[in-house]
Design a protein around this ligand. Structure first.
Ligand SMILES: NC(=O)C1=CN([C@@H]2O[C@H](COP(=O)(O)OP(=O)(O)OC[C@H]3O[C@@H](n4cnc5c(N)ncnc54)[C@H](OP(=O)(O)O)[C@@H]3O)[C@@H](O)[C@H]2O)C=CC1
Ligand SMILES: [Mg+2]
Length: 428
């Protein structure tokens, strides 16, 4: 069987690191729940432990791998990318990647590596796209695929969230990050809006940059992750877009206010220009204050965000997409503010309902010590006058989610990803 140089090097690593073995050939995917101690990695790119990553580099430089200088560079890049200590060495999170560490990665290869790491886990849930195109002229340009996802901060998942039915092994970062990447790679969004990101600098920025994305991260000023022992830095919102599809026109990191007071919640808003059509639009991501009792606070944060977006879109002149974990059910005031704003926004996932008027029954489903929490909190809002939803990714069914709810061995977050394809309406 042909083995690429990198694979040969993986094999060498396995010799150096007994116990870190992957069987040859395509990895089998088991349907049964994973055993408690799942074998770890065999993919150098996805090794996060600094020592293991360093051993990859050592084994490759010591051994006569027929790799060529390009692959050697890839290895040193992996060592740097995967050095989990980088964030703690740079408390200001100012780790600037240099150019040679940004060599492109083939998404298929990365997906394969993720699958190899996950070979003891049950298979990914299958979700289909629902065609939502209305009759009438549709744009000839490629749709814009947007993914909204609260990926669950590692520190919160392990240290604060109290998911009582989710075994700690299911939350192990080395595997959970592969489930997150697998989901992103499966849907290949043009734009990715994430919340609860506490592995931006050591994982998502280096890997997604090499997949062609330009990323921005805005951490929460007082992230609750920082209270958790062995945290990996603050969590925050992250926004990524494909550089070959869009040009960045402007970018704003917004610390949300509530009744003029600065709060712990943030948003990122960027104006992008489509390279194909030259049309501009604004994309925003946010994560509003959680928990019951904070409804008025969330509402005030929503008003502040809307005000900022009014100004950025020049009063709705620039089409807008807002993704977020609003931590608010559709019955809440903040939802009503968005639904009735002069920005003329519609919530994309309503279009999955029979009458187009109802939000899905849930976007998050978990079991805490307080009991089962099933809520609709995540939304993709869009300018209804300027954009149309061509399709949306269906949600997981109750059966797929299973009795222990989320997160689980086959789904990495307590929130479901939402994915929509948008097109511009014809200009009048
Ligand atoms: N050091 C300091 O001076 C300060 C520290 N802090 C810290 O930050 C925390 C509050 O930060 P804030 O940004 O307002 O946080 P939020 O109240 O918005 O919640 C933070 C996270 O907790 C999750 N969460 C929601 N409900 C629960 C629950 N019932 N149990 C466990 N987790 C839950 C949320 O996830 P989801 O969105 O998915 O529901 C969210 O990501 C404080 O508890 C404190 O730890 C805050 C301010 C100042
Ligand atoms: Mg959360």
């Amino acid at each position: 069987m042909y083995q690429s140089p990198r694979r040969l090097c993986s094999a060498l690593l396995q010799r150096d690191a007994p116990g870190l073995r992957r069987p040859p050939g395509p990895p089998p995917r088991r349907r049964s729940p994973a055993p408690p101690a799942a074998p770890r990695l065999a993919s150098p790119r996805l090794l996060a432990a600094a020592s293991a990553a360093r051993s990859v580099a050592r084994s490759c430089s010591r051994t006569a791998c027929p790799m060529g200088s390009g692959t050697s560079r890839l290895y040193s890049a992996l060592t740097k990318t995967l050095d989990g200590s980088s964030a703690s060495q740079h408390p200001e999170y100012l780790v600037a990647p240099d150019r040679e560490h940004l060599e492109p990665i083939d998404p298929k290869e990365l997906l394969e590596e993720c699958r190899a790491v996950l070979h003891t886990r049950p298979p990914r849930f299958q979700r289909g796209f629902v065609d939502l195109r209305a009759d009438g002229p549709s744009s000839s340009h490629a749709p814009i695929r947007v993914m909204q996802w609260n990926i669950l901060a590692q520190a919160l998942g392990e240290g604060k969230d109290n998911f009582v039915q989710c075994p700690l092994e299911a939350l192990k970062w080395e595997e959970r990050k592969c489930l997150i990447l697998e989901e992103i790679l499966a849907y290949q969004p043009d734009i990715l809006c994430l919340q609860e990101v506490d592995h931006y600098f050591d994982t998502f920025h280096p890997l997604l940059s090499r997949l062609g994305y330009q990323g921005t991260f805005f951490p929460k000023p007082w992230s609750p992750c920082l209270d958790v022992e062995h945290n990996n830095g603050p969590d925050g919102c992250a926004l990524f877009f494909l550089q070959n599809r869009f040009k960045l026109v402007s970018s704003a990191n917004i610390r949300l206010t509530a009744m003029t007071l600065k709060t712990n919640q943030v948003a990122i808003a960027q104006t992008l220009e489509c390279k194909e059509s030259s049309r501009q639009f604004c994309i925003a991501v946010t994560h509003l204050k959680a928990r019951t009792g904070w409804e008025r606070f969330r509402s005030a944060q929503g008003c502040d965000l809307l005000q900022n977006l009014q100004s950025i879109t020049q009063g709705a002149k620039i089409p807008l997409i807002v993704c977020g974990d609003f931590n608010a059910e559709p019955t809440e005031e903040v939802y009503r503010h968005f639904a009735s704003s002069s920005l003329n926004l519609n919530s994309a996932y309503k279009l999955l309902s029979a009458d187009g008027q109802s939000e899905p029954p849930y976007t998050t489903w978990k079991i805490r010590t307080s009991g089962e929490c099933r809520h609709t909190l995540d939304y993709i809002w869009y300018s209804r006058h300027a954009l149309s939803v061509r399709s949306a990714l269906d949600l997981l069914t109750e059966e797929q989610i299973g009795p222990n709810r989320l997160p689980s061995f086959n789904y990495p977050s307590d929130h479901l990803s939402l994915v929509c394809d948008f097109s511009f309406n014809e200009e009048r």
